[in-house]
Design a protein around this ligand. Structure first.
Ligand SMILES: Cc1ncc(COP(=O)(O)O)c(C=O)c1O
Length: 343
């Protein structure tokens, strides 16, 4: 049987043999007692990468985001983010249900941010309205097709947040991709945010794990929130070892995924379904509005030929390149998808 080429997500990667070896060899302890040396090493490493004092290992990106939001937005106060932000759109209402956080969104504009518009939405303290406490951004932006938010925009947003005395959170599930695409040091991103969440289990290829990054004071509180959310793990060093391995071996290679995504996008662009300007990292969004094909039909036809595609909406598909898609797999995906669009 031919191997599937799975372009649905970069979360589908399987740990490589050397990653598994690193996991098997990991020194472990009870992390709820903060006694797992491998978790502690991972946390120190990630904090240092982003130029912050501390970091906390969490099982998922969603939990890391929600811990961070609870750190910076008290219950019944407000978070601002865009209408397609993962933190409010794809985390099953956790900010409201668990954090008691009120959220308001600015219109999604493909990852572009109108800083003046966001600044005008910030509500001050007072008796009548919900005060705004934080702004969240996503780097890279998933639903926008992996676009990178530029440093100048982030700096302007930070200035607006500082003027209002509110916090900034970065959902950095794929911040590694932004770092590789734009060459911005991770610490430069880190300096702009009060809290970040970063994922090891997407482009970096670890099976599990994300971290919350912030000040020592915030991360001490984050540890407490994580336990309350059921995220206190025991011999988690086995998982953290995969993260350490991924950081040492899988960051620079993201450039290969970016090149493959670009090649895929350029091969499909003649069918009028790809905005090449948006393809900056490892995601390719397919806009099927002007084709005869809807996304579920595309996904079903491609699957019959061993290529897996995400149907994000009735007329929106998504392809993601990752560690487990090589050049031969990509060529096959291009052949299959181009034949479908040729009709
Ligand atoms: C931008 C972004 N943030 C957060 C997450 C959540 O990660 P997890 O699936 O580990 O909860 C995802 C998942 O794909 C994501 O794309």
């Amino acid at each position: 049987m031919t191997q599937l080429v799975d372009l649905r997500s970069d979360t589908v990667t399987k740990p490589t043999a050397p990653m598994r070896a690193a996991m098997a060899a990991a020194e472990v302890g009870d992390d709820v007692y903060a006694e797992d040396p491998t978790v502690n090493a991972l946390e120190r490493k990630v904090a240092a990468l982003f130029g912050h004092e501390a970091a906390l290992f969490a099982p998922t990106g969603s939990m890391a985001n929600q811990i961070a939001l609870q750190l910076i937005v008290p219950p019944a106060q407000e978070l601002l983010c865009d209408a397609n932000a993962h933190v409010v759109t794809y985390e099953i209402g956790a900010a409201a249900a668990i954090g008691g956080i009120s959220s308001r969104t600015w219109p999604f504009a493909g990852g572009a941010i109108d800083v003046e518009q966001v600044a005008s939405m910030i509500r001050p303290d007072g008796y009548h309205a919900v005060p705004t406490r934080a702004i969240a951004v996503e780097q890279t932006h998933n639903m926008a097709g992996g676009v990178v938010i530029g440093l100048e925009t982030l700096r302007a947003l930070r200035e607006a947040a500082d003027t209002a005395g509110i916090a900034m959170h970065c959902d950095g599930a794929r911040i590694w991709h932004a770092h590789i695409a734009d060459g911005v040091p991770l610490a430069e991103y880190g300096a702009l945010f009060d809290t970040l969440s970063v994922c090891l289990s997407k482009g970096l290829g670890a099976p599990v794990g994300s971290l919350v990054v912030g000040s020592a004071e915030k991360i001490a509180k984050a540890r407490w929130i994580r336990k309350r959310m059921g995220g206190g793990m025991r011999q988690a060093g086995i998982l953290a070892a995969a993260g350490v391995y991924a950081l040492d071996n899988h960051v620079e290679r993201l450039a290969e995924d970016h090149v493959r995504a670009r090649r895929l996008a350029e091969a499909l662009a003649p069918f009028g379904i790809v905005d090449l300007d948006r393809v900056r990292t490892n995601l390719v969004i397919l806009d099927l509005a002007k084709t005869a094909l809807d996304a579920p039909t595309l996904a079903a036809r491609a699957r019959e030929q061993g290529v897996l595609v995400s149907a994000l909406g009735p007329r929106t598909g998504r392809l993601i390149t990752h560690l487990d898609v090589d050049d031969a797999g990509l060529d096959r995906a291009i052949d299959v998808l181009a034949a479908i669009f040729r009709g």
